[in-house]
Design a protein around this ligand. Structure first.
Ligand SMILES: Cc1cc2nc3c(=O)[nH]c(=O)nc-3n(C[C@H](O)[C@H](O)[C@H](O)COP(=O)(O)O)c2cc1C
Length: 174
């Protein structure tokens, strides 16, 4: 696990190479295997490979999404707000699980935050994505994970540079 965590970095440049079906199946299995509060499975996933849809998704907010236009695939992570009040946590866990599985499969990925972000002054990024993908009213969009083969190599994280001052023992220090 530490090896995966060291090598996983956000990938925002992708090759045009398609992700093989076998790998797509694994990504979906990882998403479905991620734990959810009370085992209620509050999150659902929309896989998107259609180029036009991905390009339109990349326009869901002004900053931090445009790179996705060139991604060969994306997984939209949505939460059923009727099922639980902790759908955000469920969806976030699923998102990182998918990202780590992607890394393990030799793919790159990047999280595109949708929840609490805006498409325009009057429209949320979530509503923009919901309209685009026919997502029912009682769901919210957490994030879109852009996935594909890495277009540029990423630098691994280093154990030596971890900020260990963020770790507290027994009590928070004064
Ligand atoms: C909750 C969350 C939201 C993020 N939103 C975006 C985003 O909207 N666009 C983007 O390009 N990267 C986004 N990222 C990626 C972070 O910028 C990235 O993980 C962070 O800078 C650390 O870099 P690394 O992933 O290469 O380790 C997000 C990551 C997280 C965990």
């Amino acid at each position: 696990m530490i090896e995966l965590l060291l090598s996983r970095r956000s990938t925002r440049k992708f090759l045009t190479r398609k992700v093989e079906q076998e790998k797509k199946d694994k990504l979906i299995e990882a998403a479905l295997l991620s734990p959810t509060a009370k085992n209620l499975h509050s999150c659902e996933f929309i896989t998107v490979e259609n180029e036009n849809l991905i390009k339109t998704l990349a326009g869901s907010k002004r900053h931090g999404a445009s790179f996705m236009a060139e991604a060969p695939m994306a997984i939209v992570i949505i939460g059923n707000t009727d099922k639980t009040d902790v759908w955000v946590e469920d969806a976030a866990i699923a998102a990182i699980t998918v990202q780590l599985e992607a890394e393990g499969l030799g793919l790159g990925s990047c999280w595109v935050q949708i929840r609490n972000r805006h498409y325009s002054e009057n429209k949320t990024a979530g509503d923009y994505v919901k309209e685009l993908l026919n997502i029912p009213e009682n769901y919210e969009v957490e994030a879109v994970i852009a996935i594909g083969y890495k277009g540029t190599p990423t630098k691994d994280n280093l154990l030596e540079t971890l900020d260990r001052s963020r770790i507290h023992t027994e009590k928070y220090r004064s």
